[in-house]
Design a protein around this ligand. Structure first.
Ligand code: TXA
Ligand code: MG
Length: 378
């Protein structure tokens, strides 16, 4: 199949291109389009065959449900069995925006779209082209991230083309996205609102609107702490269990105080390079110049944490292109988005995290100490 990639200025949307894209959606075909978080792979959410095409194009497991994208809050009623008061309040506060809500589905939503579940994920994206495409098609648009299953989500049309060219008829290219990691998912079907996937909208922001306790899905923490792995506790969002975002090279996160992390990564990189490996490093702009490796990727600035979220998937893809054998990354536990950024990065690393011990800091004298006790690298 030939894939047409059409460049569109989101401030001045070409009506003919929009008409063609909307026509494809109505005909049950797939169109990749930008949202404010990542690019989505869209199809008519109410057409089971169209949803099935999404799974085939992405190579996605069929039990991993899709998010239904709407352009008017009223369309929540088109997919939900009932709309909880909390959903109304959150829609009012955060839509259009990077928040997905899980509610009970009605009978009109095909099970192919919800991966067989009785619940449905809904969001209203904050991107003029996404909203225009939904409105022009007259459909609700099911859209996962427009990557091959397992790859980093696409933050540019080129990423979509790299994964899906030849498999879908159209990619709408409106340039790089603004946020760069997927929407926050909050489950409203189970008493206490529960975050199933952290994102730009934080727990504090949700609590601020609802004035209630907001839980983190216990399944998320279980995945992140290898030592507490409990087979019985799984993430409630099926997609959070799958291996994701992984670059080809083995990625290891190095945690600890900044200067210790720099020293540890440089030591590990030197060892690997001595063994003939090509080494990549993921660093903040602030510390980038401190590393010696084959490719040092500045992901964004700690002083501007949104730039780290925006750069993350692009950098993971770039490291693949550089064909490095191993990658070491700093950790980015930044104040607001750190939870969401580290959730993606830990997943990409297959939860491989080592701690840089303070005695690994380089001060000119090998093995000089940071002054605190350390445990070496474990
Ligand atoms: O920012 C985003 O949300 C992007 C853009 C394109 O809107 N979309 C996105 O979709 O990230 P996807 O398919 O890559 O991730 C959807 C996640 C998966 O982890 C899936 O398991 C979960 O949402 N999900 C969908 N419906 C669900 C449901 N009914 N219950 C629990 N989890 C659900
Ligand atoms: Mg995805």
């Amino acid at each position: 199949m030939e894939t047409r990639q059409i460049r569109i200025d989101p401030g001045k949307i070409d009506p003919e291109a929009l008409r063609q894209a909307a026509g494809l959606i109505r005909a049950g075909e797939l169109v990749a389009f930008p949202t404010e978080t990542v690019y989505g792979l869209g199809a008519d959410a109410m057409n089971p065959e169209a949803s099935e095409k999404i799974y085939r194009a992405k190579g996605r497991p069929s039990d991993n449900p899709l998010i239904v994208h709407i352009a008017r809050t009223a369309d929540l009623y088109a997919v939900a069995r009932e709309v909880p008061a909390q959903a109304k309040a959150l829609a009012e506060a955060f839509w259009p925006g990077p928040l997905t809500m899980i509610v009970q589905k009605n009978d009109r939503v095909p099970r192919q779209t919800t991966g067989g579940l009785d619940t449905v994920a809904v969001r209203m994206p904050d991107h003029p082209l996404a909203l225009a495409l939904i409105a022009e098609s007259g459909c609700l648009i099911a859209a996962p991230s427009a990557n091959t299953s397992g790859k980093p989500s696409p933050t540019r049309a080129e990423h979509v083309a790299a994964d899906l060219a030849g498999k879908i008829p159209m990619i709408l290219d409106a340039g790089p996205v603004g946020i760069g990691i997927e929407s926050t998912i909050v489950d409203l079907t189970d008493g206490i609102p529960t975050i199933l996937r952290p994102g730009y909208i934080t727990r504090e922001m949700l609590a601020g609107v609802l004035g209630t306790e907001i839980r983190m899905d216990p399944g998320l923490t279980v995945l992140e702490c290898a030592e507490t792995t409990n087979e019985n506790v799984r993430p409630k969002a099926p997609g959070m269990s799958y291996r994701h975002y992984a670059p080809e090279a083995e990625l290891t996160l190095v945690a600890g105080e900044t200067d210790c992390v720099v020293a540890a990564i440089n030591r590990l990189a030197a060892e690997k390079r001595a063994a003939g490996k090509k080494v990549g490093v993921i660093a903040a702009e602030e510390t980038k110049a401190s590393y010696r490796a084959d490719y040092v990727a500045g992901v964004g600035a700690r002083a501007d944490e949104e730039s780290i979220a925006r750069g993350l998937y692009q950098i993971l893809r770039e490291l693949d292109r550089q064909e490095v054998d191993v990658i070491y990354s700093e950790c980015f536990d930044t104040p607001r988005m750190g939870g969401a950024i580290m959730n993606r990065l830990r997943k990409a690393a297959g939860y491989r995290v080592v701690r840089a011990a303070s005695d690994l800091r380089e001060t000119g004298a090998a093995g000089a100490s940071c002054g605190k006790s350390g445990h070496g690298i474990f």
